[in-house]
Each structure stands twice: as C-alpha cells, then as structure tokens.
Design a protein around this ligand. Structure first.
Ligand SMILES: Nc1ncnc2c1ncn2[C@@H]1O[C@H](COP(=O)(O)OP(=O)(O)OP(=O)(O)O)[C@@H](O)[C@H]1O
Ligand SMILES: O=c1[nH]c(=O)c2[nH+]cn([C@@H]3O[C@H](COP(=O)(O)O)[C@@H](O)[C@H]3O)c2[nH]1
Ligand SMILES: NC(=O)CC[C@H](N)C(=O)O
Ligand SMILES: [Mg+2]
Length: 528
C-alpha cells in the first residue's frame, strides 16, 4: 500500500469499497451512502485494471450507473477480469447491465424505459422456488423504488437467479450468492427508494462482510497519526478563513502537533461585513492557537485593479494568497508546510481527466507553480458532511461548523466586471442584509448558501420623483448537499419582499433587486 499523501489518513486500515464510475449522476451519492453505513469508499475510473483493483484489496466493488448503453460503440466497459477477482460485486443500473453483458446474459432496448417511481416485487421464496435474497432480508415483499433507465436486462446470466421484478422490468434484480455478485436495476442510493440504504447495508455487511469502522472518531485518530508522521518536528502554517474546512483542518493539526502550528488569517478586503473581527474573536476566544492576522486589502485590491476576466481574478487571488502565506512563514522562521482544507469533492472535480475546467478554485487550480510549501491536507478524503461531523466531534462551535461556505476569493467572484472599493462597499452592504434576513427567517442552516451578487449593468429607476440610473443587486440562494449540484431555493415571498425593500432603501447606489432562479447545472453557484 502506498503511503498516504499530504497528511491524509492511511485508509488501508479500513474496509474499503471501490465505486467504479461509468459517468453516473450518482457515483458520489453512492460513495456517500456507503460511508453513511460506516464503510470507507472511494470512486475509481471505469478504466481501472484488475491488477490495480486487486492491489487495493477492496472488501467490495460497486458498479455505478451511467448515461451510455452497453451496446453503444465506445460505451465505458470495465475489464472483464474485474468480475473474476472473487471480490463481492454490487451492480447498480448500468452496473447490472454491464454484469449481464459480460457474464452471458441479455440486455435489450426494451422500447419503454422506466423513469421515476415504480413498485418492486420480490421473487417469492417457497419450497419450489429460490430462497429469498439476503439483500432484501430487511425490506417488505413489495416496495417503491426509483428507476432511471432505457435499456433492461431480459435474461440473467447462467448461474444467476432473478430476485425481483417491476411491471416493466422482469429482471429488476439478480444474483449469484456463490460468486457474491448481486445487482439491481433500480437506484438504492436515492432517498426515493424506500429501504434503499437498508439494501446497501445488507450488501456491505452480509454479502461483503464489511466492518462498520468508518466513524468520525476513528477518522480523527487516524488523521492525527498521519499528520504527525508527515510533519515530524517542523513548523506548519494554516490559512484560516473562518470557514468550516480550514477550521476543522486547523483543529486536527493542532490536536496532532499543538504549538508547531500557526494560523494565518488574511483580510483580503473582499470579506463580508464584520467578518474579520468575527473570525478573530471566535478563534482567539475559542482556541489556544497561535493566530496571525494579515491585513492585505490594499494588496489584493491593487492586484485586481482593472481586471474583469473571472479566471484572471481567480489566478491573481490564488497567487496573492500564497505570497502572503510565504511572507508570514518567513517571519516565523523556516516553515515548510502549509495546511489547506481541501475536500474529497475538490479532488474528484480537479482529478477527472476528461472533465472540462469550469473555474480555478483559488486553493487548487489557482496555486502558483513556483510555490515552495509542502501541502498538508487532512480532509482530502472527506465529504463536507463528514467534515462537519469531525468538527462537531472536535468540539468546534455550531457557528463555525454550520457556517455557509464562503469562497476564498470572496466578494471578488460576486462582483461581475472590475472591482473597485465602491463596488465592494455596495455588495458588502447588500450581502449583510441578505445574511441578516435569511437568519431572521430561520433559513440560514437549511440553505447551502445565500448571498448577493453585483452585476455590471445599470438600470433606470425612479426614487423620490427623481430619475435614478443605478445598479441592480441579484439575490442568489441555493440548496445543495455537496456544491456539485444545486437547486435554487424557493425563498418565501415575504422574505423576498423584505430583501428587496431593505436593499433598495438602505444601500446607496442600488435601485433594483432581482432573483437568480438557476440550478447547477446549468449555472454554477457563484457568478464567476
Ligand atoms: N481569508 C483567508 N485567510 C486565510 N486563508 C484562507 C482565507 N480564505 C480561504 N483561505 C484558505 O483557502 C482554503 C479554501 O477555502 P474554502 O472557502 O474552500 O474553505 P473554508 O473557508 O475553510 O471553508 P468554507 O468552504 O466553509 O468556506 C481554506 O481552507 C483556507 O486554507
Ligand atoms: O474556497 C473556494 N475557492 C474558490 O476559488 C471557490 N470558487 C467557488 N467556491 C465555492 O465552491 C462551491 C461551488 O462553486 P461553483 O458552483 O460556483 O463552482 C460554492 O460553495 C462556492 O462558494 C470556492 N471556494
Ligand atoms: N441510470 C443508468 O445507469 C442508466 C443505464 C443506461 N444508460 C440505460 O439507460 O439503461
Ligand atoms: Mg471559505
């Protein structure tokens, strides 16, 4: 087993499930559901070789769904050797179709796909018939499942028995318990499939014999050990933003190496109203951590002067952050390590070689090439909900653990076009009203993010019988589980009315309020 990179934990001590990705909408969701069952999981590309799989010694393999048909030329197909490794396999949707095709069953364009809710009925276990499937031990004989497929298995491979059907899919589940290969056409990972998580657990615990040891307590213990092994006696700095990821990363590193850690909080001039004071007060009050507060507003705003292109803004901000960290490190003496709160979705998003670059996150794609620091990224195996659970376990206060994410480039990526101190002021004032009213409405925690955006246009208005020619402000509020996809939030009308009237009345230079009703995709959460 390779040494774990970047101070992340050595996951080889946990039973591991590999989720083979065929381009599914839900591969991430499957991986999260497995972890919710306290079993470590990782997403791997479908091109992985049987040797690579075997070397990982996984407890099980899950074949995900995917948009292609197995009959299509160029469809993503795994090496057939993977099904011969003797490792338990669970196929989901496209996964059942792949298994059927590779082991001699028949997959057909059935002519009528199934989309959405349908009723699954288990094959009866009787003296004459096959015994019931262990997958369905803890679910009723008939229940609602979520389907989304065009193709269907019409004949199970030799040696497999059909264990469930729906009105339109006679082979909705099949298995060969001896080879420990099980598969379903429906999606157990979505909440609309009642008992879906139970079915997944039956596979993990009963078929694959996984132990439910992936708990946040064991993650903390393993992280502490990994951080100590990486940094030894050296000094470390951590960019602390006040957000949950860097706070949890800092708390873990502090637990591991105590006084070797110094946190560096940078006031970029692009923070929200009162944020710098609040971060200082929270961290100085709550933690016994060495904290340096660098006031770098002029430097960031100077470097961004006259820059309108979103990618250039991001690169400039990413580089300025590192230069500020380097200077802070130099003042402390020799500090070779930089802690970042990078999460697993950041790695997946930047790691897929086929995926297009949408935007350079300042702490991943925005890092300058000549950076000297060695990175310490203890959260790089974790999803956001796990990071929050670790934060709670470490005793971080609720206001940090449940803070809405705020991007490092800050207000810069919410001010379309060039950034001037006046435009920052307008957005900051509008944003403060959004945050205050969303909190007052009791929606702050329920929303993934809620904020204001300042577009580059001006519009005509009439205020006090006078013509105005001023800026609109756009309200952006989304719900999401992990920021990879998001839906626009259905904010109550009375909240929207308060936002509109307060922003126009209280923020000079604004004469109109608009609402962004775009999901992700096709939009992104931030405007730049
Ligand atoms: N103002 C800042 N000062 C110092 N470091 C920062 C600042 N803003 C961002 N960073 C660094 O960039 C990293 C990425 O920022 P990001 O916003 O993704 O995470 P976060 O702020 O820790 O959490 P959240 O996603 O909840 O806002 C942080 O983990 C932190 O190391
Ligand atoms: O630290 C960060 N540095 C960045 O450069 C950055 N860009 C976007 N974000 C946050 O990432 C999530 C997804 O954003 P998008 O839908 O806009 O791509 C959302 O939560 C965004 O707020 C960033 N966070
Ligand atoms: N969601 C899926 O995995 C769909 C599988 C395959 N593309 C089909 O349409 O049948
Ligand atoms: Mg942040």
């Amino acid at each position: 087993m390779n040494a774990a990179p970047h101070g992340s934990i050595d996951t080889s001590s946990f039973d591991t499930v590999l989720v083979v990705d065929f381009g599914a909408q839900y591969a991430q969701l499957i991986a999260r559901r497995v972890r919710e069952a306290h079993v470590y999981s990782e997403i791997v590309p479908y091109s992985i070789s049987p040797e690579e799989v075997a070397a990982r010694r996984p407890a099980a393999i899950i074949l995900s769904g995917g948009p292609k048909s197995v009959h299509q030329p160029g469809a993503p197909l795994p090496d057939p050797g993977i099904l011969q490794l003797g490792i338990p396999v669970f196929g989901i949707c496209y996964g059942i179709q792949v298994i059927a095709q590779q082991l001699g069953g028949v997959v057909d364009r059935s002519g009528r796909g199934e989309y959405g809710r349908t009723t699954l009925t288990l094959a009866a276990g009787s003296d004459a018939g096959p015994p019931p499937s262990v997958l369905f031990d803890h679910v009723p004989p008939s229940f609602d499942v979520w389907m989304s497929h065009f193709d269907a298995v019409v004949e199970a491979p030799d040696g497999f028995r059909v264990t469930a059907s729906t009105p339109d899919a006679p082979v909705a589940a099949f298995e060969d318990p001896e080879r420990r290969i099980h598969a379903v056409q429906f999606h157990p990972e979505v909440v609309h499939t009642t008992g879906g998580q139970q079915i997944l657990k039956s596979f993990l615990y009963e078929v694959a014999g996984c132990r439910p040891t992936w708990t946040m307590t064991s993650v903390i213990d393993a992280s502490v050990e990994a951080i100590r092994a990486q940094v030894g006696k050296e000094r470390v700095i951590c960019g602390l933003s006040g957000g949950v990821d860097s706070a949890v990363a800092a708390a873990l590193v502090h637990k591991a190496i105590g006084e070797q850690l110094t946190c560096v909080f940078v006031d970029t001039g692009l923070l929200r109203a009162g944020e710098a004071d609040q971060v200082e007060a929270t961290f100085r009050g709550q933690f016994d951590v060495d904290l340096v507060h660098v006031k770098a507003a002029d430097r960031f705003l100077g470097a961004l002067d006259d820059i309108a292109d979103p990618e250039r803004k991001r690169k400039i901000i990413g580089e300025t952050f590192i230069r500020v960290f380097e200077e802070a490190a130099a003042e402390l003496g020799d500090v070779p390590f930089l802690v970042q709160g990078t999460l697993y979705p950041d790695i997946i998003e930047s790691g897929t070689k086929d995926a297009a670059r949408i935007k350079s996150h300042h702490n991943v794609g925005g890092l300058p090439e000549d950076m000297q620091f060695e990175l310490v990224e203890p959260l790089r195996n974790l999803f956001k909900d796990e990071v929050r659970a670790v934060g709670e376990e470490l005793g971080l206060p609720e206001e940090i653990v449940w803070r809405q994410p705020f991007p490092g480039p800050g207000l810069a990526v919410r001010i379309v076009g060039t950034i001037t101190p006046e435009r920052v002021e307008i957005l900051r004032a509008a944003d403060a009203i959004v945050t205050e009213e969303v909190r007052r409405a009791g929606l702050y925690r329920e929303l993934w993010q809620s904020f204001a955006v300042l577009p580059v246009v001006r519009t005509v208005g009439v205020q006090g019988d006078e013509r105005t020619y001023a800026h609109p402000v756009v309200i952006r509020a989304v719900t999401s589980d992990d920021a990879m996809t998001a839906d626009w939030a259905r904010l109550p009308y009375d909240l929207l009315e308060r936002l509109s009237s307060r922003i126009i009345n209280e923020v000079p230079g604004v004469n109109r309020v608009a609402l962004d009703i775009t999901s992700k995709p096709p939009g992104t959460i931030e405007w730049e």
